[in-house]
Structures are given as C-alpha cells and as structure tokens.
Design a protein around this ligand. Structure first.
Ligand SMILES: Cc1cc2nc3c(=O)[nH]c(=O)nc-3n(C[C@H](O)[C@H](O)[C@H](O)COP(=O)(O)OP(=O)(O)OC[C@H]3O[C@@H](n4cnc5c(N)ncnc54)[C@H](O)[C@@H]3O)c2cc1C
Length: 554
C-alpha cells in the first residue's frame, strides 16, 4: 500500500475550515489525504506524528489568524519538520504586508485571500501549480525501520549489524550528516535521547533498545509455548536450522533458541558458492530466509533472541536455562552454538571495535564505504568472500594475509575471483601491528614479515577475519570439551575403550552424542567438525535420527 501524501489545512474558524476541507477533498481527495487542525499546536502535534510515521506532507494551508500562534509562526516551526512542503497562507485583506514579509521569512509559496467565492478560479489553479511542482521532487517514503545514531558509536553499529543480520529493511540515518535524522529527533521532542533510536513504520520508537526489546516490539514470542519438548536446539546457525527442519518434519516437538540472528556465521556470508543445489551460489541471508521458512512450515517453535546460559540434567529431563531466568525442559538437547570470531589483539583495536574495526563480516557497513579504500585481515574463505563483496562498493579492497600466499588457506574458486578483480589487492606476509584513531579508525600500521618494512596507511575500515573459536565455558563441568573448548562426542569420548566418567547407559555414546546421554552436538563447535555450511546442516539432520534412537530407549 502506498501512503497518500498529506494536505494539511489549519484554521480556528470551524465553518471556514469545513469549507476548505470540502474544497480540498473534492479536487484532491483521490490522490492526497486531507488533514485538518483548528490550532497551531494541534497542527504541529499532527505534523510530528506524520514525521514519525514517515508520511509525506505536500501542502501546508494555514490561516494567519489561528489560536496560540500566527500562521507565519506555525509555518516557521512546520518548516523544520517538512522543509519541502508547499506553504500557503490564508489572509484577510488587511494582512497583505504580513504575507509579503512571510514570503521571505518562511519562504511562503503563495498567499490567498479567504474566503474565496469560487475554488475553481481562486484556489485550484494555485494549488495545481504548487502540487505539480512538489511532485517533481517527491520520492515515495521508505516504509521500513529507521535507525538514528552516530556512525562511530559501537552500540549503534551493533544494532545496525543485528538488524541487517535479521534481514530487517532499515534506513540508516547518521546524526552527523543527516538533516532528516535531526528533524526526527526534534519530532520526538528530545534531542538528548539515548542513541540509537529505532523508529517503526507506525511511528512508535525505542531508544537504545536491547535485541529483546526490538523482538518484543515486533510481537515475537517472548516465552516458550510448551511445558516440555522432545528436542530443544540451542543456536540457529546451519546446524541448528538443519536439525529444526528434520526434527519438526518428523513430528518431534521442537524448540529452536537463538541469541542474535538466525543463520549464524553462514548468515554473514555474502555468497556461499559451494552449497549443494545452488550452482550460482546464494547469500547467507537468502539461505537463512529459506531455512527459517521451511522450519516454521513444519511447525518448529522459535525463541529469538534469547541466550542460553547453562544446561542441567534432572533424571531423564534435560533443562535449558535462559539469560532471563526462564528454564525450559525436554527429553533431548542439541548444542549448535558454533564458533566466534577471534579478535585482533593489537594496540588500539579494542577501543575502535565497531568504530572502523569490524568483526563477523560487517556486511551492514559495505555500502557506507562506497568509493573508499578498505582493508581486510585474513586469508581464509570468509575473508575472500568479503573482499569480493566489498569490491562492489569500495574503490579498493586490500587483503592483508599473514602467510606467503592464499593457496594454503583459501578455496581456488575464490583465489581465481580475486585475481580477476582489479579492485582487490592481496598483500601477503603482512601483519597488522597497530590501529589508530580518535573517535574512529584513521590509520593502520602494517609490517611485512619478510622485509620488516613498516607502513602506516590511512583508512577508516578494517574488517577482521582471523579465525574463530568455540565459546563453551557455560558448558564446563557438564559436557566434555577439549583444551580449546570444542565439544567431544561419539568415539572421541572413549578413552582406551572406556566410556566417559558419569556415563550411565549400557551402550557407547552415539555419534554426535556428548558425554551426557541425550545431549547432542552438531556443527562447528564439535571437535573434528568440518567448518562448512553443508557439514553443519548434515550434522544437524543426522542428530535428529540419533535423537529418535535415544527416545526409543526412554
Ligand atoms: C563470513 C563467513 C563466510 C562463510 N562462507 C562459507 C561458505 O561459503 N561455505 C561454507 O561451507 N562455509 C562457509 N562458512 C563457514 C560456515 O558458515 C560455518 O561452518 C557454519 O555456519 C557453522 O554452522 P553452525 O550452525 O555450527 O554454527 P554457527 O553458524 O556459528 O551458528 C551458531 C549459532 O548459535 C548462536 N548461539 C551461540 N551461543 C548461543 C547461546 N548461548 N544461546 C543461543 N544461541 C547461541 C549464534 O548466535 C549462532 O547464530 C563461512 C563462515 C563465515 C564467518
């Protein structure tokens, strides 16, 4: 549905206002929404609401003599909200001087004597010209979310990234450069709100919201619907989504819990070219959208965004504890929380995280670097994909690689693509040793590990892809992990043919089963996993078959 632009009429003489409304409706009711107000303050309040709902205003038709302020004073304030709206002052015969003064003061487009005898002769020709003029510059308003904040604020970046990864349609408005951002904050009545401010299409808004507050605003379920599940999956990356589709399609009461955004690492991939069945490749966002649709079609219950902080065991019941204190129960659990990017440990990097230093692909930022020179650290596929993606926007993309070549760490198809893309340069045997900047990244210092030559390069973007590790401290003491935090499963749990300590069943752990019977693991967090989308999906699917075997034993 496209929003009709508004024609706002303001007059405190009710009979006169009704006549204006009637005339406007007759000629313009089909293409515009006619809104009336009887005082300046009522009209300004209406304009603020229209601004917050992103409804366009084409015309302000205001009487000079209205309650609380003059028509010119009203227009002065209205201009701040809708600078492009055409402005017409309705005057009495004695107001000519005021109208002429207003031509300059509020850039009045026209003044009309009221009342008019014939709208056909005195009103419509004027409005026809003005509205035709307005229409030329008019662009239909954006109908999604709007996010207002400071570009280099870390919490604003996190919200931008989270919304992008959740595939929300968002218009980003940078307070440092966007007049519209300032107008919106003025319409909210406070320019000192905690930022970022997230505006919804219905005009409602949240200041510096948490992911849970945003999800609640969208009407997502905040609590699990069932008292007990057959399968609770922690993490909605490829492994969790794969398990969700198979679990629900096979009739298991299945709950999928995710703390950030479905898709996990794969959701951050600009183009996955090695996933079976998609010869032209597909973006992680598209794969995630399809998987979520498929999972919900089969009846999976989703609980997003909720963080699981621990799990426990009570007899044959497996319990999941959430950060908000809720405890959920089921027969079986699947751990699928993947791995997390490693952070760059050089002077300055922590302070500039989110202000020029980006982890986890930073796809939401690519368009902000149009025409600029950006740097990527890392030599694996994720860095290669990102380099290709950023080259669509940036003037140059330089890949800083620690090793002597990409051959050891990157798939050949990506090496070939990079070689064929002039905007992407590769700097091998290179380490980043320092990053600098006041409010945001300004320079990076790199060293060649063979020649020891050091250079300080100006840039405002460094995207970091230097590997990932599992973060599984919350599982310590319950399931067995290796020294890096990877979860052991199946045969890896048998030491000299002995089952793990505390193992209660008269059988060996199934493949993918952890040291706790009925608690399974799939995807990147599992020791010896393949770190691929297809293998994570496959393990997710496979875990459901093993869940069935386990349930038969109960
Ligand atoms: C940029 C990039 C590009 C890639 N490109 C490719 C490619 O082209 N081809 C390929 O095969 N592989 C690719 N990979 C690797 C692939 O994405 C991973 O192997 C795969 O995503 C692993 O899936 P997973 O489900 O095990 O874990 P993840 O994808 O890491 O998902 C884990 C999920 O669990 C959630 N989670 C974590 N902790 C909790 C908690 N406590 N409570 C609730 N939820 C939690 C996380 O938020 C996350 O969504 C790429 C990786 C990256 C980073």
């Amino acid at each position: 549905m496209t929003t009709k632009p508004v024609l706002l009429a303001v007059d405190d003489e009710r009979i006169a206002l009704a006549a204006i409304e009637r005339d406007l409706l007759r000629a313009y009711g089909a293409d515009f929404r006619i809104v009336c107000a009887t005082s300046g303050s009522e009209a300004l309040a209406t304009l603020k609401q229209l601004k917050l709902r992103n409804e366009p205003v084409a015309l302000l038709l205001v009487a000079q003599h209205i309650q609380e302020m003059t028509g010119v004073e009203f227009l002065e304030q209205a201009m701040d909200l809708f600078p492009d709206a055409k402005r017409v002052l309705l005057t009495a015969s004695t107001d000519t001087d005021i109208a002429i003064f207003a031509m300059n003061q509020v850039k009045l487009d026209y003044y009309l004597r009221k009342p008019w005898d014939s709208p056909e002769e005195q009103l419509y020709p004027v409005l026809k010209d003005l509205l035709a003029d307005w229409q030329v510059a008019y662009r239909p308003p954006f109908e999604g979310l709007r996010l207002i904040g400071h570009r280099w604020a870390a919490n604003t970046y996190r919200m931008r990234d989270l919304l992008a990864r959740n595939q929300a349609r968002v218009q980003w408005l940078d307070l440092d450069t966007s007049e519209e951002a300032r107008r919106l904050l003025a319409a909210l009545g406070s320019e000192t709100l905690p930022l970022p401010v997230l505006l919804f299409p219905d005009g409602s808004w949240l200041a510096d919201p948490t992911p849970i507050a945003v999800a609640a605003h969208f009407g997502h379920a905040m609590h699990a619907q069932l008292p007990f599940y057959d399968l609770i999956i922690v993490g909605a990356g490829p492994a969790g989504l794969g398990a969700a589709v198979y679990g629900a399609s096979e009739g298991l009461r299945t709950l999928l819990i995710e703390r950030e955004a479905a898709g996990g690492q794969a959701g951050m991939s600009s183009k996955i070219e090695n996933y079976l069945g998609f010869p032209a490749g597909l973006s992680g966002a598209e794969l995630t959208r399809r998987a979520l649709l498929q999972a919900t079609r089969f009846g999976v219950e989703l609980l997003f965004p909720h963080e699981v902080t621990s799990i426990s065991v009570e007899g044959s019941t497996r319990l999941v504890h959430l950060a908000d204190g809720a405890v959920l129960s089921g027969h079986t659990l699947l751990l699928a929380t993947g791995v997390f990017y490693r952070t760059l440990d050089v002077p300055g990097s922590e302070r500039l995280n989110g202000a020029g230093i980006y982890y986890g692909a930073g796809m939401s930022e690519a368009k902000l670097y149009r025409g600029q020179d950006v740097y990527l650290v890392g030599g694996a596929n994720s860095a290669g994909q990102a380099a290709m993606y950023f080259s669509r926007y940036a003037r140059s993309v330089t890949l800083l690689v620690r090793g002597p070549s990409l051959v050891e760490s990157m798939s050949q198809y990506l090496i070939d693509q990079i070689a064929a893309t002039p905007a992407v340069k590769v700097s091998t045997s290179t380490r980043v040793v320092e990053v600098k900047g006041a409010a945001n990244l300004e320079t990076i210092t790199i060293t060649n590990t063979e020649t020891f030559e050091t250079q300080e390069l100006p840039t405002t973007a460094l995207f970091v892809f230097i590997g990932a590790t599992p973060q599984t401290e919350w599982l310590a003491g319950l399931v067995e992990r290796d020294e890096h935090g990877y979860i052991l499963s199946g045969l890896d749990l048998l030491y000299d043919g002995h089952r793990p300590a505390g193992w209660t069943l008269d059988r060996d752990p199934f493949p993918l089963e952890t040291s706790v019977p009925g608690v399974f693991v799939a995807g990147d967090m599992r020791l010896r996993s393949m770190k691929r989308v297809a293998s994570a999906v496959g393990e997710g699917a496979m875990s459901v078959r093993l869940v069935h075997d386990y349930l038969r034993e109960l």
